[in-house]
Design a protein around this ligand. Structure first.
Ligand SMILES: N[C@@H](CCC(=O)N[C@@H](CS)C(=O)NCC(=O)O)C(=O)O
Length: 205
């Protein structure tokens, strides 16, 4: 079976994929990339991801970058873990919507809020519209639970769950009761606990 290697720095957006890999339950290796030493800007890593950014995942000879794309890929590639909604299932459209909504709406809205532009862009020009609508739409989706797709935990919960958990830690997402409850449900997952414990050890080491 082709080897899975995560290029990782703990904690960073590659922690999202670290969690996803723990959910998947397939063997994988970690290749640490030090931001402090500037390794992400060195030719060796730029050959993996010319963006100089983490995460990157190697699966055999294939390199995938962009956290949400990696989670989508892994869920489809290893369906045994039941973290995807497969092609042909009428729920797949909504599942894909959330996988894209994470980076294109929640993350973009959070970062713009944390680092406001000199001149505010028009709502119609911003892919995410406005911060409050993004938060309202997300809150409504996670309110019923336990997960975005109902009883099934999917890769979309890894992407959106990571946005919400990290967003609240960095005070970029409001601590609404719905978000706190969803984050608490996610925090109970053994896979997230394993990934976080290992990230802490990597950070300390
Ligand atoms: N769009 C990328 C963003 C990746 C990203 O910005 N990663 C940060 C770590 S959290 C990074 O590599 N920063 C180092 C740098 O840009 O020099 C994704 O979602 O995977």
């Amino acid at each position: 079976m082709p080897k899975l290697t995560l290029y990782h720095a703990a904690p960073s957006r590659s922690s999202i994929v670290h969690w996803m890999l723990e959910e998947l339950g397939e063997p994988y290796d970690i290749e640490l990339v030090s931001f402090k030493k500037g390794e992400n800007r060195q030719p060796a890593f730029l050959a993996v991801n010319p963006m100089g950014k983490l995460p990157a995942l190697k699966h055999g000879d294939t390199v995938i970058t962009e956290a949400a794309a990696i989670c989508t890929y892994l869920a489809d590639e290893f369906p045994r873990a039941k973290l995807n909604v497969p092609i042909g299932d009428p729920r797949r459209g909504v599942y894909l919507k959330w996988l894209f909504f994470g980076p294109s709406c929640i993350e973009a809205a959070m970062i713009d809020r944390a680092s406001p532009r000199k001149e505010e862009a028009r709502r119609a020009m911003l892919g995410y519209g406005d911060f409050d609508t993004v938060m309202d739409v997300t809150a409504k989706a996670v309110a019923k639970g336990p997960f975005l797709m109902g009883e099934q935990f999917t890769a979309a919960d890894v992407v959106i769950g990571a946005n919400i958990r990290w967003g609240m830690i960095f005070k970029m997402v409001p601590e609404r009761a719905t978000f706190l409850d969803y984050a608490a449900r996610i925090a109970k997952r053994p896979a997230v606990q394993r990934a976080e414990a290992r990230d802490k050890a990597l950070q300390a080491g």
